[in-house]
Design a binder for this molecule. Structure first.
Ligand code: FAD
Ligand code: SF4
Length: 399
């Protein structure tokens, strides 16, 4: 019987899935199995759209279609929590399995606390993540630094501190991620600061780190984090939809060391970015930044933690943000901040959509990290742990 904290190397025995998968297709096989067995009604995973730079969240109910989602799309920062909450009614009437990078999983946990996503109905198949790339900038970077045509790229991955780019004609070039990032390319800025690479809050965490020896690149390292995850993996192994073996002890050590090195790198980026924004702790500086706002409300729409159907800042009775005024009253940002900042999971969506290029994610992440120290509260880990400031128990009419 599989137990919480168990670790395995896993591979799909289905040759087509193994070949299509990023590292042996274990994730694809588990998702397909969950659908075939009726353990879930649907799978929410990620498909390649127009090209490698276009990651499309896709809801699948036909097990035969799951294979179309095999492979890792490193340009996809998808806000899976928002998709479940907004388009799938929080999975309240449907059991779904969803692939989650750590920021997706953490945000789902925050929405589960707020009863906006059903904890019982969602299986989180966690995907380890060392960072995602912004698609338009990634194409530019591939032309500029790798001198390759971005349309010929078939694979990108971060390995041993380098960003490796591979093209259809087997050309492989790698450049140090530090070098790319020092020049303003590489991973998204919020990903650089992210300290959670292994989604421990998901039911299972799957990744390539720690797979060494003959299985390197061919199998996925699976770690079990919940009873639900243990039961699913147990069933999948017993049904022969997954071939597993014990991980090589050295591999476990290497995986832990890479994780530690990535956390150190994230802390370095936090110091660097937060020092740059030290002045942002000054009220005048906040006002200067928020003065650029054009009131498109994009940040609020993109923020997965802003879940209310009716936003209090637009309430006629309070009138925090009078209509017809641009820039809006800074109360818009301060009230929003008060409502979400203790639970911010540094997903970066707010900054990504802001047409005024306000460094929103940097501001909120910095405040969030300070609050973590003050309240000893780490968002996104434990469904039972309530946030210290946010109101989470709303009446349905207020949602
Ligand atoms: P497959 O069978 O190929 O299935 C992959 C699954 O990932 C599919 O279901 C697909 O829907 C889903 N997926 C693809 N792109 C995304 C996305 N952007 N967001 C959410 N889901 C997605 N492993 C590590 O150990 N260290 C890392 O640093 C690391 N970084 C990664 C960064 C990204 C952006 C991604 C997507 C994956 C990363 N991985 C990392 C995980 C690794 O690449 C493999 O996904 C994992 O080993 C599973 O391989 P598999 O063959 O079993 O998966
Ligand atoms: Fe203002 Fe930017 Fe938010 Fe739009 S996305 S409301 S411009 S801060």
């Amino acid at each position: 019987m599989v137990q919480i904290n168990d670790m395995y190397y896993a591979i799909s025995p289905d040759e087509e899935i193994a070949a299509s998968g990023e590292c042996g297709g274990a994730v694809t096989s588990i998702l397909k199995f969950l659908l075939e067995e009726g353990i879930v009604d649907a799978v929410l995973a990620v498909k390649k759209g127009a090209d490698l730079y276009d990651a499309v969240p896709t809801l699948i109910t036909d097990p035969a279609e799951v294979i179309e989602t095999a492979g890792s799309l490193h340009c996809g920062t998808l806000n899976m929590a928002k998709v479940i909450h907004t388009y799938l009614d929080g999975a309240k009437d449907m059991k779904i399995a969803v692939t989650t990078k750590p920021c997706d999983a953490m945000t789902i946990v925050e929405l589960m606390k707020r009863k906006q996503i059903s904890q019982d109905n969602v299986v989180m198949i966690g995907i380890n993540c060392g960072g995602t790339l912004p698609p338009v900038q990634a194409r530019e970077m591939i032309e500029k630094f790798y001198e390759l045509d971005p349309d010929t790229v078939v694979k990108e991955e971060i390995a041993k501190g380098n960003l490796v780019i591979e093209t259809a004609d087997d050309t492989e070039k790698e450049i140090s991620i530090d070098e790319l990032e020092d020049q303003g390319y590489g991973r998204r800025t919020n990903c650089r600061r992210c300290e959670t690479n292994i989604p421990k809050m998901a039911d299972l965490a799957m990744g390539n780190w720690g797979v060494i020896g003959p299985q390197a690149g061919k199998a996925t390292f699976v770690e079990v984090f919940s009873k639900k995850g243990a039961e699913i993996l147990d069933k999948a192994i017993k049904a022969n939809v997954l071939k597993v073996q014990d991980p090589v002890p050295k591999g476990i050590e290497i995986r832990a060391n890479i994780d530690k090195a990535m956390v150190n790198l994230a802390n370095k980026w936090q110091s660097r970015n937060f020092e740059e924004s030290d002045e942002l702790m000054n009220l005048d500086q906040y006002l200067d930044e928020f003065d650029k706002c054009i009131k498109c409300y994009g940040c609020r729409e993109a923020c997965p933690i802003c879940f209310c159907k009716e936003c209090s800042i637009e309430s006629e009775s309070v009138n925090w943000v009078p209509k017809g005024e641009i820039p809006p009253s800074p109360m818009f940002h301060f009230v929003r901040m008060l409502h979400m900042v203790d639970s911010c999971t540094n997903c970066g969506q707010c900054e990504e959509v802001c047409p005024a290029e306000i460094p929103l994610a940097r501001i909120f992440h910095k405040i969030n990290v300070e609050l973590q120290d003050v309240f000893d509260y780490h968002p996104g880990y434990d469904v039972e742990q309530k946030p210290p400031l946010s109101v989470i128990d709303k009446e349905p009419s207020e949602e």
